[in-house]
Write a protein that binds this ligand. Structure first.
Ligand SMILES: [Zn+2]
Length: 286
């Protein structure tokens, strides 16, 4: 079995086609990724390296509906300078996001909509790319649909938020934004479900077509192994808020048999959530 999954699977949800791409890898402290969960438990899910770090993927989505071509999250792109790559264990050896979109038969200029669950640099750094040392939008004709509060924090971060955002890689988007607040349609069949928790304005993204559902968790549930209720990352700005958001979200995920997309999952990027009495667990699909 391949420990780290590098393919780009396509998952149908009714008429919607969701392709899971791969922007690369980063290695984050295992204790931080699993919050209050003790290492004796989390290391069974993911092994730690010599620095106690676990290897996380970054998996943006290409979403094709009957009417729209949507990219969700963007990986790191060029937002983090190469001298910081060692600190975060960043490995970006594969094709860039626009090359991956092209490999799926889509010209980046055809992408009409881009959305993000939140704007931490490992999710938004590829929204713009560097051309002649200047950031320009990676998808030149797209509307960027974002939560207003998330944008305002990202573009002018306080000391609390500075380490998590790279505003210089976002400012070229200012004239291409559609800012929304709370639950909102992104395009028909694709919608934000506001959760907060991980950030003050985090929103997961649902896909719905012909009675089928899918949900992209962003960082509220970063990997398949984070599905149990208390497995909440210490990176979350409000862990109690994440718990409450999960309590509200999980019954809907199970009831709709939603296909679940995990942005940071190294092995099983698509899964399903199951309820076992009062506990939630997950299993991979495909
Ligand atoms: Zn995040």
């Amino acid at each position: 079995m391949t420990r780290y999954f590098t393919a780009t699977p396509e998952t149908p949800i009714g008429d919607i086609r969701v392709t899971t791409m791969l922007d690369g890898w980063l290695s984050l402290d295992g204790g931080a990724m699993y919050g209050i969960v003790p290492k004796v438990l989390w290391e069974k899910a993911l092994p730690a390296d010599a620095h106690n770090r676990v290897k996380m993927a970054m998996r943006p989505l290409l979403v094709r509906t009957a009417r729209n071509i949507v990219v969700i999250e963007s990986g790191i792109g060029h937002a983090v300078p190469p001298e910081l790559h060692e600190r975060y264990g960043i490995e970006r050896l594969g094709p860039t996001l626009d090359e991956q979109v092209r490999a799926q038969g889509v010209d980046p200029a055809q992408v009409d909509t881009v959305a993000c669950t939140h704007l931490h640099w490992d999710h938004s750094g590829g929204l713009c790319k560097l051309v002649d040392s200047k950031y320009v939008p990676t998808f030149p004709n797209a509307t960027y649909v974002l939560q207003r509060g998330e944008w305002e924090i990202a573009i002018n971060p306080s000391n609390l938020h500075k380490a998590s955002y790279t505003p210089e890689s976002l400012t070229p988007l200012a004239s291409r934004l559609r800012l929304v607040e709370g639950n909102a349609e992104i395009v028909p069949g694709v919608r934000f479900d506001f959760t907060a928790g991980h950030t003050e304005n985090h929103a997961v993204i649902w896909f719905e077509s012909r009675g089928e559902s899918g949900v992209f968790f962003g960082d509220l549930v970063p990997t398949l192994s984070h599905v149990p209720m208390a497995w909440i990352s210490a990176y979350d700005i409000n862990a109690g808020g994440s718990w409450q958001a999960r309590e509200k979200l999980y019954p809907a995920v199970v009831a709709s048999s939603a296909k679940c997309f995990f942005y940071h999952e190294p092995e099983y990027p698509v899964g399903r959530m199951l309820r076992d009495k009062s506990k939630y667990k997950s299993e991979p699909i495909g």
